[in-house]
Write a protein that binds this ligand. Structure first.
Ligand code: GDP
Ligand code: MG
Length: 443
């Protein structure tokens, strides 16, 4: 997967003090393969890699991040950039009704989306009307009506028995009806084909010309991979659209289609669908999609927070100690307190890639915030010499510390044992994730 490839590529950068051209080229090659494997179209991959390379070469060596983290950050920023930066909202008409037309292949999720949008907009105080212009399939009108009922929104449809209507005529009458009854948003559902064809394009294009939509949304199944580019180009040229909706993100697609469609058509992705139910829907968040494509959990969030919270010198010193296993209890306490500013400890560890690994789960299970309080009290009850070299903490010292900090001797034992265990684990994690700050160790 892309995530594996990127982690592999980035791991290779660990241990380097600064990014050399050779480092960047090697990483770029890995990222390129990874993106292709995620079904991103080749021209998109090329321009992406070019941007990442350029930025990585120009980047100053960060004070807060090690080279691997720095590359993750650049890759992420470029991804977010391609995906559209800020989320764009629906453009609505100054004078209602606003018209939103849905176009896309059959099965892409248009009819389902009509219901989702209606519910979403209804929740914002709008009064949407659905208009059934898919007269191709016998059951399509009925399907839209059912979706509308679930969303609590009426559906305008051709009267049964009047023969197969003309979708352009239905669209026009639907808008007139909305105006008359004062619905402020009209959502026009259209027919799709399994493949792109001329008649489908003509029909969609005729409907569009007749109703002059404020938004024409191209609905695309995120699972279709490389085909997304050809389909998007066909709809762009044959119908034209102002925005994109990605559906079926609950599947296992890594999001390559999102990247391609966005880059190739230049139109923003507005919404994301991730299930069959009306609630499985959200506005599109480029940053979330970027981390989905990278497959690195919220590592990026963690990097951001690390940049904000950690004093560079201090963290570099501590990181050095963590990765060489020389951590003292004093450092441990300091580090815990710094990490704590970032939120509950479980969240922090949960954000790391690989948080699902057995080793990580075990580490997580051993830390909680209440225990941290106790831990803090115990460490405060120790002398500097004891904090510096916990090995000297013998039986009588344990008793003194326990009495002084209001805990039992077995609490102190626990802490000391857990400290040695944690020191071992942190050393391993620092190695595994390159979280050692700029200072590197030989391990
Ligand atoms: P249309 O032909 O473009 O109108 O597509 P439909 O709205 O009829 O959807 C086709 C199928 O995909 C239906 O079975 C939907 O329930 C399903 N579907 C639509 N959107 C999603 C989604 O986001 N996730 C999943 N898993 N299924 C979806
Ligand atoms: Mg449909």
């Amino acid at each position: 997967t892309l995530s594996d490839r990127l982690s592999g590529a980035l791991r290779d950068l660990r241990g380097k003090g600064r990014l050399s051209d050779a480092d960047i080229d090697t990483t770029a090659r890995e990222i390129r393969i990874a993106l292709l494997e995620a079904d991103v179209a080749l021209p998109v991959v090329r321009s992406f890699i070019a941007r990442v390379k350029e930025r990585a070469k120009g980047a100053e060596v960060s004070q807060a991040l090690n080279p691997a983290q720095q590359v993750v950050k650049i890759v992420n920023e470029e991804l977010v950039g391609i995906l559209g930066g800020e989320t764009r909202r629906l453009a609505l008409a100054k004078e209602p009704p606003s018209v939103i037309m849905l176009a896309g292949l059959q099965g892409s999720g248009k009819t389902t989306l009509a219901g989702k949008l209606a519910k979403f907009l209804g929740g914002q105080g709008h009064t949407p009307l659905l208009v059934a212009c898919d007269l191709q399939r016998p059951n399509a009108v009925n399907q839209l009506q059912i979706v509308g009922e679930r969303a609590g929104v009426p559906t305008f449809a051709p009267e049964p028995g009047n023969g197969v209507g003309d979708p352009v005529d239905v669209a026009r009458r639907g808008i007139a009806y909305a105006r008359e009854k004062q619905y402020d948003i009209v959502i026009v559902d259209t027919a799709g084909r399994l493949g792109v064809d001329a008649e489908l394009m003509r029909q969609a294009s005729d409907i569009k010309a007749a109703v002059q939509p404020d938004e024409t949304l191209f609905v695309v199944d995120a699972m279709i991979g490389q085909d997304a580019v050809a389909t998007a180009e066909a709809f762009r040229d044959g119908v034209g659209f102002s925005g994109v909706v990605l559906t079926k993100l609950d599947g296992d697609a890594r999001g390559g289609a999102a990247l391609s469609v966005r880059e190739v058509t230049g139109q923003p992705i507005l919404f994301a669908s991730n299930g069959e139910k009306l609630e499985d829907f959200d506005v599109f968040h480029p940053d979330r999609m970027a981390s989905r494509i990278l497959g690195m959990g919220d590592l990026l969030t963690l990097i951001e927070q690390a940049e904000q919270v950690f004093d560079h010198e201090q963290s570099q010193k501590a990181a050095q100690k963590i990765s060489t296993g020389e951590l003292t209890l004093e450092d441990f306490l300091e580090q815990m307190l710094a990490i704590r500013k970032m939120g509950p400890i479980g969240n922090i560890l949960g954000m790391l890639p690989g948080a699902n690994s057995a080793q990580m789960k075990e580490a997580l299970a051993q830390v909680d915030d209440k225990q941290l309080d106790k831990l803090q009290a115990i460490i405060r009850g120790m002398t500097p010499a004891e904090r510096d070299d916990p090995k000297i903490i013998n039986g009588s010292r344990r008793l003194r510390i326990a009495n002084g900090s209001g805990v039992t001797v077995s609490d102190v034992n626990d802490l000391v044992n857990r400290f040695f265990e944690a020191r071992k684990q942190m050393k391993q994690m620092a190695g595994q994730f390159g979280f050692g700050g700029a200072g590197r160790s030989a391990t």
